[in-house]
Ligand binder design. Sequence first.
Ligand code: NAG
Ligand code: NAG
Ligand code: NAG
Length: 115
Amino acid sequence: MKYLLLILSIFCTVSVWSDHLIVGNVSNKVILANHTKVEYNAIPFMKRVKYFFYTQTDNRLIQGIQALDTLHSKSSINITAGGVGYSYVNLRLKSERGRGLNYDIGIYVQDYFYH
Ligand SMILES: *[C@@H]1O[C@H](CO)[C@@H](O)[C@H](O)[C@H]1NC(C)=O
Ligand SMILES: *[C@@H]1O[C@H](CO)[C@@H](O)[C@H](O)[C@H]1NC(C)=O
Ligand SMILES: *[C@@H]1O[C@H](CO)[C@@H](O)[C@H](O)[C@H]1NC(C)=O
């Protein structure tokens, strides 16, 4: 019984692991240019792959990107194009098998005030 509890608690610790993506500056002299909640429902036994594309409409470049997995699942997220130092970014989101996607994405650009 003691061992079972131990194994259970290890399993629980592992299963709260989740994938966040934080690159560049998300707090230092930057402003939030776009905040989007990306939500897709789960499809049984399937991994969902979705893309999030963002383009900055003025000439400021992206300084930071923060994407938080609000489901705390074993999803993964990657930058496939652009990113910090570019005016655009393409993110690839892949869910855990049989689970949905739920990301809180913030795109940060230079604050005019400091420029
Ligand atoms: C974040 O901003 C500071 C101050 O503007 C700068 O020195 C630093 O290089 C930046 N870091 C990144 C990762 O862009
Ligand atoms: C944020 O970016 C997304 C994706 O490019 C876009 O659909 C959405 O309209 C933007 N939101 C705002 C407030 O500009
Ligand atoms: C995508 O991101 C995951 C972690 O989020 C990483 O393990 C994997 O290597 C990345 N894949 C690519 C193709 O960069």
